[in-house]
Design a protein around this ligand. Structure first.
Ligand SMILES: *Cc1c(COP(=O)(O)O)cnc(C)c1O
Length: 326
C-alpha cells in the first residue's frame, strides 16, 4: 500500500509571518512558525535590547500580505520587556495580526491584552501566575477569530484546532479532547490567590523585589545585561564575572543553599545567570537569601566582595519601597 501523505489542503502554507527576535524565546517562536509551514521573515534586535518598532516597520514594508507578526513581551532569556502598544500599532498599520508571547509577563507586569489591541496572546501557568506547569492560557481578538473561522483548509494540528476548540468551549460543549481538570482547578486556585492579593499589588511586589535584587547585584560589582529602561521584573540577567565557574556557582547554590538560578541561554550561555523572582517566589526573603549565599560563594571562589555589601544595598532598596512582602 502507498504510504499516507497529507492531502495538499492540509500541508498548504499558513502564510507569511514576521517574527521579532531579541532572544531565545523569539527565536523559538520563529522556529515554531516554520514548523507549521509559514514563510518566516525575521527582525533581529541585539540581546539585551527590546524589539525596535522602526526595524519592524521597515521589515513589514518589504513584504506584501504579511498575515501575522509574532513578538515576545517579556524575553526571559535576556531579561528585557518590550513595550507593546507601539509594536501593536506598527503591526496593525501594516494590516497584520499580532501574536504575543506573554508567558513571563502575565501576572508579573502590566498586561492589557484588549486595551493594547493584542490579537492572539498566550501565556503559561508556571511563571508569574504561580500555578503548576501544564496549561497555556490563550486569548483571541475578534479579528483573530475571523481568521480562524474563515479557514478553508483544516489546520495541521488536531489539538490546536481552534474552530473545534471554540465549540468545545462554547455552549454546545461538543467533545474535542479531555481537559486536564486537575490543572484547571490548580489555575483557579492560583488566580484566586492573585485576586486576594490584588493584581496591582502583585505587580508592585515583583517590581520591588527586582529593584532590591538589582541593587544587591550592582553592589557586588556585577553587570546587569538588560537595557536599563526595559528591564524585566520577574527575571534578571547578570553577567558572570571573569574567572568564575558558571556551573560550580549554580550547583553550590542549589546543593548547599537550596536556591536554583538559571544558566544563560543561546548567546548568553556561559556568560550570564538568569535569576527568576516569579509569582510567590518574588519575596524579600528570597532576594536576601540569594545575595547572602552569593557573597559567600563568590568570596570562596576568588571574586572578592565585602561581606554584607549586597545585603545592605538590597535592604535599602526594599526600605525605600515599602511595604514588605515577607
Ligand atoms: C518560559 C517561557 C516560554 C516557554 O515555556 P515552556 O512552558 O517551557 O515551553 C516561552 N516564552 C517565554 C517568554 C518564556 O519565559
Amino acid at each position: 500500500m502507498a504510504p499516507w501523505r497529507p492531502p495538499a489542503s492540509i500541508s498548504s502554507n499558513p502564510g507569511t509571518f514576521v517574527i521579532c527576535r531579541n532572544g531565545y524565546f523569539g527565536i523559538r517562536l520563529g522556529n515554531i512558525a516554520q514548523r507549521c509551514g509559514a514563510i518566516v521573515h525575521e527582525v533581529d534586535s541585539p540581546w539585551g535590547q527590546p524589539v525596535d518598532p522602526q526595524a519592524l516597520s521597515d521589515e513589514l514594508a518589504k513584504h506584501s500580505r504579511v498575515k501575522a507578526v509574532g513578538v515576545v513581551h517579556a524575553e526571559t532569556s535576556t531579561g528585557v520587556l518590550t513595550p507593546m502598544p507601539e509594536i501593536i500599532d506598527v503591526i496593525h498599520r501594516h494590516g497584520a495580526i499580532s501574536i504575543v508571547d506573554a508567558v513571563t509577563s502575565l501576572g508579573g507586569h502590566d498586561m492589557q491584552v484588549d486595551e493594547w489591541g493584542i490579537d492572539v496572546c498566550y501565556s503559561g501557568t508556571q511563571k508569574c501566575l504561580g500555578a503548576p506547569p501544564g496549561l497555556a492560557p490563550i486569548t483571541l481578538s475578534e479579528s483573530a477569530m475571523q481568521v480562524v473561522k474563515a479557514r478553508e483548509t483544516p489546520v495541521q494540528s488536531f489539538y490546536f484546532n481552534l474552530q473545534d476548540l471554540e465549540s468545545y468551549w462554547g455552549q454546545s460543549r461538543s467533545y474535542h479532547h479531555t481537559a486536564p481538570i486537575s490543572m484547571t482547578y490548580a489555575l483557579r486556585e492560583a488566580l484566586r490567590m492573585m485576586m486576594e492579593e490584588g493584581i496591582e499589588k502583585r505587580i508592585d511586589r515583583h517590581a520591588r523585589v527586582a529593584a532590591a535584587l538589582r541593587a544587591g547585584l550592582e553592589a557586588l560589582g556585577l553587570d546587569l545585561l538588560a537595557n536599563p529602561e526595559h528591564r524585566l521584573n520577574p527575571l534578571t540577567t547578570v553577567g558572570i564575572p571573569e574567572g568564575i565557574d558558571d556551573s560550580q556557582v549554580r550547583s553550590t547554590l542549589l546543593n548547599e543553599y537550596g536556591i536554583e538560578i538559571g544558566g544563560g541561554l543561546g548567546e548568553f550561555r556561559g556568560k550570564a545567570w538568569r535569576i527568576g523572582l516569579m509569582g510567590d517566589s518574588a519575596r524579600d526573603r528570597n532576594v536576601l537569601a540569594l545575595l547572602s549565599a552569593l557573597e559567600q560563594i563568590l568570596n570562596a571562589n576568588g571574586y572578592e566582595v565585602a561581606y554584607g555589601s549586597s545585603l545592605a544595598a538590597a535592604q535599602k532598596a526594599l526600605a525605600a519601597a515599602s511595604p514588605a512582602s515577607g
